[in-house]
Design a protein around this ligand. Sequence first.
Ligand SMILES: [Zn+2]
Length: 262
Amino acid sequence: MIDRLWWGTAIAAAIALAAGRAGSLSISGQGAAVVVGALAVRAGWGWGAVLVIYFVLAAALSRWGRAEKAHRTGDILPDGGRRTAQQVLANGGLFAALLTVGAHPALRLAALGALATAAADTWATEVGTRHGGTPRHLFSGVPLPPGLSGGVTVAGTAAALAGGFVTALAAPWLVPSAGLAGLCFVATAGFLGALLDSALGATVQGRRRCPRCGTIGERTRHCDSFTEHAAGWRWMTNDLVNLGATAGGATLAAGVALFRPI
Ligand SMILES: [Zn+2]
């Protein structure tokens, strides 16, 4: 296992460096990705492989969506769209932690549920931004500006289903004792976790207003000045919402244990 930890660290470092060069991860994001990757491989080669597939697909979708996003909203993502350590840990931190605390099949399914949620949410955001048209508030249906949390689109919702399902395909392989029920629970957990992300984004996530132009968003700076708290809970950032959603997805996926012995 120690051997695998070292191999995992080396492989994760190589991938994180490449992702940094490709503009997908900041320096801090690369550091966090090495930790998450090493802990995944420590749990087993299959877990490392699933994480790499998740990461490569998410990075590819983000690159594909980014040009379109910048064009449509005239927006520049924080740190040039590179994921920071906080963003990496918000999406992959719970996955790595659950793999590290134990090897019980319910914990393993929970880890996969957390990753399925991260995948579903990322796919929904990127596909929805590019192909979804105007997002609507999850509960009120009021049109929202693209990129604001809490908005959903039909294309994005379909992408969330696909992202959760693709991740869940690994379940019968990684947690064989859960069988096909494991696949169904992880796929459903990923989709519902992404919905939970939108629900939290639409209700409690903090929104900020630019004092100069009045734009509502999530940035702390806009138009060269600091933005002001406008709605939601001040401390509830997008990263905390992501973390909460992956916790929801993890719990749902582990719920299969309530219905059958695993
Ligand atoms: Zn502004």
